[in-house]
Design a protein around this ligand. Structure first.
Ligand code: C2E
Ligand code: MG
Ligand code: MG
Ligand code: MG
Length: 286
């Protein structure tokens, strides 16, 4: 029957049957993995750069580098789709190194175009799987050396899961990164399972408040209370804050009034191409 395909269970002689739908899912995943490998090898991924705006001064504090994959036939594929494929296949290691190298090389190019080091940093996402499998602090050290940039121009964005999975390894890596002067941001803060003990113990510089709480502020008082509490916590621990998902002027004003450090979201700008970023910085720093 064409609806079914057989798969062999790993390590055993047992044969299982795919349910309809699973067949195409598995096939889709397989081809996405193959195509993603090819895209990484042929250097055809790109980075988009979304501004992080200082809510007190309205100036651009930095840009978050976000991977983009424009597939010839399938069009633009979202990172929420291809990052999990990269994580499951191990491709996240070369992809993560590529993102680091490219983000820093791009920032160095903007500096050169500007004629002086810009007062901005670049944020690069580091997946939990990448942290577990790669020597991230050596990768950062190499990328910094090649770009000629100082470590304090770089922020690594880690999620809570990166720490929870292997706290000892995460601690060593974070200490290595601090030794290079890089900054550490806790991404999507509030959605994971990390304990406050990690926040206290680890050298975390910035809490990025997850978009769900920020957009929730418009409608419910609980989200406002949560954001207020996170800002208080960050302040008490001496950390900076960035709010994700700032989609409206009301949110920007409310967050600014609550003392949030930076905002990122469609209200300020969507992720921009590398060529659009420097003009955007100029337009906001006049
Ligand atoms: P993230 O690190 O939390 O990045 C923020 C995401 O929120 C981006 O989605 C951004 O486009 C989106 N966003 C920003 N402002 C707004 C807003 O106002 N409203 C809404 N609705 N969304 C907003 P994007 O680019 O699709 O990336 C999704 C996720 O994929 C990222 O979440 C990050 O976890 C992952 N990712 C992207 N690039 C990389 C990469 O190079 N390496 C790794 N490991 N992960 C990456
Ligand atoms: Mg991020
Ligand atoms: Mg985030
Ligand atoms: Mg997020």
């Amino acid at each position: 029957n064409a609806q079914f395909a057989l798969k062999r269970a790993k390590g055993s002689g047992r044969v299982e049957v795919y349910q309809p739908g699973e067949v195409s899912k598995a096939r889709h995943r397989f081809s996405l993995e193959t195509e993603l490998r090819r895209a990484i090898e042929s250097d055809s991924l790109t980075l988009a750069f979304q501004p992080l705006v200082n809510l007190q001064t309205n100036k651009v504090a930095g840009f978050e580098a976000l991977a983009r994959w424009e597939h010839e036939a399938l069009g633009l594929i979202s990172p929420t789709e291809f990052i999990p494929v990269a994580e499951e296949s191990g491709l996240i290691v070369p992809l993560g190194r590529w993102a680091l190298e490219t983000a820093l090389a791009t920032l160095a190019r903007w500096d050169a175009e500007h004629g002086a080091p810009l007062p901005i940093h670049v944020g690069v996402n580091v997946s939990a799987i990448q942290l577990a499998r790669d020597d991230v602090s050596s990768a950062v050290e190499n990328a910094l050396r090649r770009s000629g940039l100082r470590g304090d121009r770089l922020t690594l964005e880690l999620t809570e899961s990166a720490i929870v999975q292997d706290p000892e390894r995460a601690t060593r890596t974070l200490q290595g990164l601090k030794g290079l002067d890089a900054k550490i941001a806790m991404d999507d803060f509030g959605t994971g399972y990390s304990s406050l003990a990690y926040l206290q113990r680890l050298p975390i510089d910035i809490l990025k408040i997850d978009r769900s709480f920020v957009t929730g502020m418009l409608g419910d008082r609980d989200s406002v209370a949560i954001v207020r509490a996170v800002l208080g916590l960050a302040d008490a621990l001496g950390m900076d804050t960035t709010a994700e998902g700032v989609e409206t002027i009301e949110l920007a004003h409310t967050l600014s009034a609550l003392g949030c450090g930076c905002g990122q979201g469609f209200y300020f700008a969507r992720p921009l191409s590398a060529g659009e970023a420097l003009p955007y910085w100029r337009s906001r720093s006049a």
